[in-house]
Design a protein around this ligand. Structure first.
Ligand code: FAD
Length: 436
């Protein structure tokens, strides 16, 4: 763990998720891996654990392996913001209005799935519907939000609404935006508590959940699979890959289709209640309309601000500190009064993007997968984990529209997104040009 120093950081600032203060992912003491399994799940985030829960409840003998610890990946590092998928509407329209309607409708199922699991398994994770506000960084961005709402309403009813600049202080204490879009059904949760609760629920249902176990090879056999964990071999009738943004070379089919993109978050030191009331009066989930995304929110206890976005650097000296300073600068654009506020936590995680900007689930040569949440995976990964588990059980209570979509790679892409730095630079320049 790197300790950050300097005037922007508190003396005890850490390069670790703020969420881990309440629920740090841990590895169980049990290292006795079952040799023969009905189902082997690789990856212990929202996808893998929701799948494990559904499969174990159905009586399957399930083993889940995570290379680090269950929940260690994006699932305990994210912003904890989840809501209806209006943002996917335009990408979905590429497949026509009928599919777009089905895709947005499925986002409501996904959200409801999380609410149901949290409720049923009694997971204490601060899940609360607080709404969302996305600020327009230019007047043109505000008009574009209105135009998107018009496009959506031609296809389906939508309860999102525009908030003009003159009224935005009711949503957020800033003059940085030119109005914005409010979405009432959005929720916030504590992601590390949610994922820890899922792991406990899966274990209660009978799944064996291991951390510190990296799967190194996957081999098809006459009846099922032989999986290598270093020198050890494990057999399973079915295998699910739930590795999303941490997908490596284990399965080239997925590696060629997932674009790992790093996202980072900072947490401020605790702020006075009066400041929080002024800056985030409704305790909403928040974002800006930039192409290079920014998203932020109050901590569940309402005492600090967590501010996230794309990273500036991925390699070299002082990466953590440079990225934290960059995010802090973006936070100060929105909330200049936080100039004297220091950062107590800084961290990053890997998201999994796809070339069509949509998530995918299915089966390739007998290997099941669910992935590609494009940075919005709390609800979708949870729902996909459950949905793919039902497919593995041979059940289809609710058809997923994503199963029908082709999952494509691009020529010359083998899992290393060489084009990303250029793309981010290009979009950052366009953001700066728009805001000049
Ligand atoms: C900083 C950040 C902020 C985000 N904010 C939001 C947000 O506010 N709202 C939202 O909806 N989404 C958000 N996301 C996205 C969301 O967190 C992810 O889409 C979701 O957690 C994906 O879950 P998963 O289970 O598919 O993958 P992960 O949680 O990433 O789990 C994958 C796991 O696979 C394991 N693994 C990989 N390879 C192997 C192997 N060979 N053997 C064993 N294990 C392996 C890894 O150790 C890892 O734990 C954010 C993501 C990040 C990084």
């Amino acid at each position: 763990m790197v300790t950050l120093k300097g005037r922007f950081f508190t003396d005890d600032a850490v390069n670790e998720p703020y969420w881990w203060e309440a629920a740090k992912p841990t590895v169980s003491a049990d290292t006795d891996l079952p040799i023969r399994n009905d189902v082997l799940i690789v990856g212990g985030g929202f996808t893998g654990l929701n799948a494990a829960l559904t499969l174990a409840k159905a009586g399957r003998q399930v083993t889940l392996l995570d290379a680090e610890a269950p929940g260690w990946g994006a699932s305990s590092r994210n912003g904890g913001m989840l809501g209806p998928g209006w943002a996917t509407f335009d990408a979905a329209m590429g497949y026509g209005p009928e599919k777009a309607l089905a895709i947005v409708n499925e986002s409501f199922h996904a959200l409801q799935h999380v609410k149901d699991v949290v409720d049923r398994e009694k997971i204490d994770c601060n899940l609360s519907v607080v709404g969302y506000f996305r600020g327009a960084v230019t007047p043109r961005a505000y008009d574009a939000m209105g135009a998107q709402l018009d496009r959506i309403r031609k296809v389906m009813p939508c309860d999102a609404y525009l908030v003009p600049r003159a009224e935005q202080h009711g949503e957020i204490g800033t003059d940085f935006y030119h109005g914005g879009l409010a979405i009432p059904g959005y929720a916030g949760l504590h992601p590390a508590r949610y994922v820890a609760g899922l792991a406990q629920a899966a274990e209660r249902a009978g799944a064996k959940v291991f951390g510190g176990v990296r799967v190194t090879a996957l081999e098809r056999q006459a009846a099922g699979f032989r999986v290598s964990v270093g020198h050890q071999k494990i057999e399973a009738k079915q295998v699910l890959l739930a590795t999303n943004g941490y997908t490596g070379s284990l399965y080239p089919f997925l590696q060629r289709r997932i674009i790992p993109i790093r996202s980072a978050i900072i947490a401020t030191e605790t702020l006075p209640a009066a400041v929080m009331d002024r800056l985030i009066p409704k305790r909403r989930m928040l974002a800006g309309s930039q192409r290079v995304v920014t998203y932020y929110r109050p901590s569940p206890d309402g005492t600090r601000i967590l501010f996230g976005g794309r990273v500036l650097k991925v390699t070299g000296e002082n990466v953590a500190a440079a990225n934290a300073a960059h995010l802090r600068k973006q936070m100060l654009q929105v909330f200049p009064e936080l100039t004297g506020t220091r950062i107590s936590h800084y961290w990053h995680g890997q998201t999994g993007f796809t070339f069509d900007k949509l998530p995918h689930l299915g089966q390739h040569e007998g290997v099941y997968y669910a992935c590609g949440y494009n940075g919005t995976g709390i609800a979708r990964a949870s729902w996909f984990g459950h949905a793919i588990a039902e497919r593995m059980l041979g059940i289809e209570r609710q058809h997923s529209v994503y199963e029908d979509l082709p999952f494509r790679s691009r020529p010359l892409y083998y899992g290393k997104p060489w084009f990303l730095p250029l793309a981010v630079l290009f979009y950052e320049m366009r953001d700066r040009w728009d805001q000049r």
